[in-house]
Each structure stands twice: as structure tokens, then as C-alpha cells.
Design a protein around this ligand. Structure first.
Ligand code: IPE
Ligand code: IPE
Ligand code: MG
Length: 240
């Protein structure tokens, strides 16, 4: 049974397995991503209903540019479809949508839709729905290091200011995203058990739950199962 008093504050999901789902159903990969987008929509709703503070999903990595132009284009078009389908409901649920990562290389139409959704949900005070898009964990760590180095060079900070706290401020999850805090639970679907460059810094003490379910088949019930697994863990943070 789910303990409603111990719902993780921040859940992060590596939404994986759209391609294998498509193969299994003998449809093009983009149809798998479309099915994945529908699952994402359901999971956003359910996480918000459960009282999750932050839901962060991995939608496109800095390494996903290695895929075909057709697949990449299809994924970026789906972002537009997602916003068209869900913006009203995000607002009805008081959900605030934000992007982690540099979405500037995306096609203009996708950028405009993203900015419309971010703009129209910016004052919502419920769950924050953070989409990692063209996101890379190593990249954001380097960017944060560069920012601190720049401030040091300009004489604005001293070496002692290179602290974990200051470093975290300049990550994509930091100041610009309203300081998300580290994920309590990281879920990865499709049976793969790796981070694939997701939230490297922030995952230091996260609990990991891996499930064989392919992302398009991931339902609110599956989410609850993952949370139950999380609730059975003993988080010690290095203490006794
Ligand atoms: C995850 O599904 C979605 C993205 C990476 C954009 P995949 O497309 O990686 O699915 P598999 O791993 O090929 O099954
Ligand atoms: C990670 O999945 C990225 C997203 C889910 C957006 P991938 O499918 O790209 O990761 P690898 O290649 O299996 O590690
Ligand atoms: Mg994959």
C-alpha cells in the first residue's frame, strides 16, 4: 500500500523503451514516441494528484542527436503536439512546466510552443514539471564550473566559494529552475540500468528503481509500484 505521507518530493524519470515498443508493435519509431508522449501525459497528471512537488523527465539527451534526422524531427514535433494536448490541463492542475537544458537548437515552431507553455504556466504554484531537453549531465557540470571560474577571475568570489551549494546554483536544476533539489527517486523504464548522463550531480543520494516495463506501457499503477518500492528503502545518507 502506498503511504501518502511519504510520497517522494522529487521524482525523476528516464523514459526509455519507446523504440522497442514500436518494434514490438511493428510501427515506426516515431509512433513509439507518440505512445510515450501519451504515457507522459498520464504520469504528469497522476504525479500531481499524488502531491509530488517536482517531476523531472528525460525527454532528449545531448547524445540523442546521434539518431536519424527523421526520428529527431519526429520527437521535436511531438513536443508541439504535447503542449497542444495538455496545456489547458496543466493549468487546470496548477502545474508549472519548465525546461532543463538548452532548447535553442530545436526548430522554431517547437521553441515557440515550449515558450508558450512555459509562459502560460509560470505562475502556477502546484507541481513543477521539468522536462530535460537537449540535456546532458556532464555538460551542465562543466557549465557550472565555467560560471564559477568566470566569477573567480572577475574577483567576485574567492576559492572558498567553490562550494557544493554554490555549484548546484548554476546547474540547470538550480537558480534558473527555482532550485529543484535532488531527486529522491529516479525511475528508469525498459530494463536498462544506467543513468545515460542524466542528473549526474543531483543523483548522489537518489534511490533508483528500474522496471522492465517499456515507457509507452508505463501506467499510473506502475508509478505507484515504483513509489512503493521507494518507500521500502532505508535512506541512510552515509549515516549509521
Ligand atoms: C526513449 O526511448 C526516448 C528517447 C530517448 C527520446 P528510446 O527511443 O530510447 O527507446 P529504445 O531504447 O530504442 O527502446
Ligand atoms: C536516455 O535514453 C535518454 C532519454 C530517455 C531521453 P537512451 O535510450 O538515449 O539511452 P541509452 O543510449 O540506452 O544509454
Ligand atoms: Mg533508449
Amino acid at each position: 500500500m502506498l503511504d501518502m505521507n511519504r510520497i517522494p518530493k522529487h521524482i525523476a524519470i528516464i523514459m526509455d523503451g519507446n523504440g522497442r515498443w514500436a518494434k514490438k508493435h511493428k510501427v515506426p519509431r516515431v509512433a513509439g514516441h507518440n505512445a510515450g508522449m501519451k504515457s507522459m501525459k498520464e504520469i504528469v497528471r497522476h504525479a500531481s494528484d499524488l502531491g509530488v512537488h517536482d517531476l523531472t523527465v528525460y525527454a532528449f539527451s545531448t547524445e540523442n542527436w546521434k539518431r536519424t534526422e527523421e526520428e529527431i524531427g519526429g520527437i521535436f514535433k511531438l513536443i508541439i503536439k504535447y503542449v497542444d494536448l495538455d496545456l489547458d490541463e496543466l493549468n487546470a492542475h496548477n502545474v508549472k512546466m519548465q525546461i532543463l537544458g538548452d532548447y535553442s537548437p530545436l526548430p522554431k515552431a517547437s521553441i515557440e510552443k515550449i515558450e508558450e507553455a512555459v509562459g502560460k504556466t509560470k505562475d502556477n504554484t502546484g507541481m513543477r514539471f521539468n522536462i530535460a531537453l537537449n540535456y546532458g549531465g556532464r555538460l551542465e557540470i562543466l557549465e557550472s564550473a565555467k560560471e564559477l571560474a568566470k566569477q573567480y577571475k572577475e574577483g567576485l568570489i574567492s576559492l572558498d566559494d567553490f562550494s557544493e551549494e554554490n555549484f548546484a546554483k548554476y546547474l540547470t536544476t538550480g537558480d534558473t529552475a527555482g532550485n529543484l533539489g535532488d531527486p529522491d527517486l529516479i525511475i528508469r523504464t525498459s530494463g536498462e540500468e544506467r543513468l545515460s548522463n542524466f542528473l549526474l550531480w543531483q543523483a548522489a543520494y537518489s534511490e533508483f528503481v528500474f522496471t522492465d516495463v517499456l515507457w509507452p506501457d508505463f501506467t499510473p499503477e506502475e508509478l505507484e509500484k515504483c513509489i512503493e518500492e521507494y518507500q521500502s528503502r532505508d535512506r541512510r545518507y552515509g549515516g549509521r
